[in-house]
Design a protein around this ligand. Sequence first.
Ligand code: PLP
Length: 392
Amino acid sequence: MKINENFDELAESYLFAEVARRTKIFADAHPEVRIIKMGIGDVTLPLAPAVSDAMKKAADEMAVKETFKGYPEYEGYEFLRNAISGYYGSFGVSVSSDEIFVNDGAKSDCGNIGDIFSTDCTVLVTDPVYPVYVDTNIMAGRKIVYAPSTAENGFCAMPDDNVHADIIYLCSPNNPTGAAYTADQLKKWIEYAINNDAVILYDAAYEAFISDDLPRSIFAVEGARKCAIELCSLSKTAGFTGVRCGYTVIPKELTFDGHSIKDLWYRRQSSKFNGVSYPVQRAAEAVFSPEGQKQTRENIMYYKRNAELIAKTMEKLGITYTGGRNSPYIWITCPDGMGSWEFFDYLLEKANVVATPGEGFGKCGKGCMRFTSFADHSSTVEAMERIEKAVN
Ligand code: PLP
């Protein structure tokens, strides 16, 4: 019996384990100290009432013979796909309900989508990167090339015509850097993709955090329907990290190698996936109702206020950063030329604050640090006061 030897090529997933190890050593040595965690990538506010009410009502329907539901449709119930299509329409993007595939979260499809493309494809990711794009493609045996996101390009990596890629992962607003692409920048990526006969896998998991005049979807940009697939999630939009629901959009006209990508994906899903539960899909539908939108927007605004406070603190301290405006993430260049882990230890000891060292997200993350806005507001205020004292 041989295992998939590509697994031997995976880098050790040590980032969060090492953060936890160093934090524990410090906490054990200083039991009197309250450590504030500004590295968490999970939401902390509960589900909106409109959402949990819809989930409860759906659970009750499942307990009655006349309204009980068995296996759901592979691509998601029509009521939810219609609601998602209407949501796209609310910001001026036309996506029809038969181009939408409901799933159990964007992470699954970020990797699973690779099933329909050759393992000979070269994958381009921006660096620093959400590690799922890299690891899932290493598991499949694909070659990966990196496009650097650095201070010089405003942490928005741009295509290099001398580099060929077949599959391009873009994430905007970005995890971890918080930077978001403009329509003009996306247009350049679309032109590059079309010239390379490549597909763009556009991760819009954080689109709900956009408040400036920036595209909320790659399909807001001309040409995208010929080369892009969009991956979305309700995790950060509506606190679904524990509920699990997202959606993937594949335009009807997207074809490669003479095949409809939407049809291939349906074939893949119907072979390997049995859908998302009815109560979860009803809860997701409620996110897009007027009441659900109002309530979930309030939660996003709460996180955005935290992000703004973190960004303002960095500005005050003269620390260079991106994100924080259209994103829950703030990506800083560590002060005084400190390395990521060096600044991690400094913050832990002097401010008793934990953030995430940037180099865990790729080579270009060296000397950077990621703060998140998902902690509660009072902890965020206190953490920023402590950092001001420690860094000043
Ligand atoms: N894409 C990005 C960029 C993320 O940061 C995350 C979660 O952290 C996901 C996708 C996964 O989302 P989900 O919870 O829907 O699987």
